[in-house]
Design a protein around this ligand. Sequence first.
Ligand code: G1P
Length: 297
Amino acid sequence: MQRKVTKAIFPVAGLGTRFLPATKSIPKEIMTLVDRPLIQYAIDEAREAGITEFIFVTSRGKGALEDYFDHAPQLEFELLKKGKTELLEILKNTNMDSGAIAYIRQHKALGLGHAVWCARRLIGNEPFAVILPDDVISAKESCLKQMVQAYNEVGGSMVAAMEVPRDKTSSYGILEVGQQHENLLAINGMVEKPPQGDAPSNLAVIGRYILTPSIFAHIEKQKIGVGREIQLTDAIANEIALGQAVNGFQFEGKRFDCGTKAGFLQATISFALARNDLRDELADYLQELVSVSNAAQ
Ligand code: G1P
């Protein structure tokens, strides 16, 4: 029986430069897909997986994230007065129990490995999850929940894995894969953003991890890696080299890369089309756009 995974780290310290000028004054994680901020999708996924403690690794200028998860007494009072119970219900998802959420600052932008390491004292001696909010995964059962279920059976560490086109491998952590058993892959090695042509496979790490606290010692010893950052991938690779069991988990669901504009737009359209209140109007509009562009060709 594995120890239960109840804590998750959300690295949210990035500057979000790809979305400037929007991210000049709002954190990237507050940008909305339809009407929910990116971070809400990550939190909902974690909750569905049984996470009860949420650790945000933040940086300067991320105050809006703290406000987002705070109670808003005046707003709630106004909605109550106007009888807007549906909106009050929606707001409930943004509320956190006192003590369930913690914010830690990453004082220097030293990379994902370093961001995770910043939360070491709050994690203590337990397995924990890491969720990168840029990777939004739409699935019947949340991706992290699928992983936690698999982890409860096999233990070790686990990373979400997905096939990517060969010409995109240099944008990801790439897995060197051993034996496969259903959607679990034994991982023999990992390399962060390998140069074009050097990737050991086309299986990429997607931003969901279940790690054991032994990772912190590896991050501490970690040399600066690709992009002059301390990479989580390198620390996990070192653990594998020393015999730690790490599995890749091929999840069921559709992943959107909301760290890019194209991915963000695709997610927006896809989530809007999944909504009863928006589907028909949007589908008609998209149809109209396609006919106009076909006619112009
Ligand atoms: C991070 C990880 C990378 C992983 C990717 C998934 O990279 O370092 O291993 O494949 O997330 O989205 P980033 O996209 O933050 O550069």
